[in-house]
Design a protein around this ligand. Structure first.
Ligand SMILES: Nc1nc2c(ncn2[C@@H]2O[C@H](COP(=O)(O)OP(=O)(O)OP(=O)(O)O)[C@@H](O)[C@H]2O)c(=O)[nH]1
Ligand SMILES: [Mg+2]
Length: 214
């Protein structure tokens, strides 16, 4: 089998564009397992440290600035938020990790709900592990990867905030993260560099996700 590549073909890109041109809709916010919506569509989970840009990437993909809540204050997204894309794919915005200033009780509830979600969600097709291009993989990301491997969820790395560095730095980080993930059992062997500001990498990511839609 040949290794997957970042999509560049016109037909693939067009499939991605079409999927994300369809109506995107907020479905539910779950802060406990009982509040998770029913499993109707293939799901893609957005995983990553607080402030890495999960909600911003979701908005960039859908072309809607305010679908998911973005904040300068880390730890803003507290619940698991579900967004339907054209009734064919569910994007799942998870609360971030690695941010100290939330209470212990809240952190425990976070890990219980997210842990339950990752372990038990039959329709979960892939996790996007978001990594800030300036910071690279952190220990907390490696822990998240271990958790995903335990739950047999395939994880694809997506670099965020590519607009913050030069193209050369972005390429170097893409290779570094790719090499680090290549050693990890849960990793999907592809890294996409994106920017929610400039739109870099967004059409390619749409195309990759369209291949997982129903
Ligand atoms: N320059 C730049 N800034 C970005 C980009 N993506 C996100 N940001 C900024 O980073 C900050 C955090 O973005 P969010 O999308 O709220 O991050 P998050 O991962 O959802 O954060 P939590 O919900 O707290 O876990 C905001 O100030 C965004 O405007 C990007 O591609 N480029
Ligand atoms: Mg968020």
């Amino acid at each position: 089998m040949t290794a997957p590549a970042v999509p560049t073909g016109a037909a693939e890109l067009e499939r991605g564009r079409r999927l994300f041109a369809a109506e995107s809709r907020f479905i539910a916010a779950a802060d406990q397992p009982a509040a998770l919506p029913s499993e109707r569509l293939p799901e893609i989970a957005f995983v990553g440290r607080s402030n890495v840009g999960k909600s911003s990437l979701l908005n960039a993909l859908t072309g809607r600035k305010t679908l998911a809540r973005v904040s300068r204050t880390p730890g803003r997204t507290r619940a698991i938020n579900f967004f339907s894309i054209g009734g064919r794919l569910m994007l799942v915005d998870l609360p971030g990790y690695g941010y100290a200033a939330v209470s212990q009780a809240e952190t425990r509830r976070w890990s219980q709900t997210v842990g339950f979600y990752l372990a038990r969600r039959g329709v979960l097709r892939r996790a996007l592990l978001l990594v800030d291009v300036r910071h690279g993989l952190k220990d907390s990301d490696r822990l998240a990867l271990d958790l995903l491997a335990d739950d047999a969820v395939s994880a694809m790395a997506v670099l965020t905030k590519a607009d913050k560095v030069s193209m050369a730095e972005c390429d170097a980080q893409t290779h570094a993260v790719g090499a680090a993930l290549a050693r990890h059992p849960s990793a999907y062997p592809l890294v996409v560099a994106t920017s929610a500001e400039t739109g870099q990498g967004i059409p390619a990511l749409r195309a990759l996700l369209a291949a997982l839609a129903s």
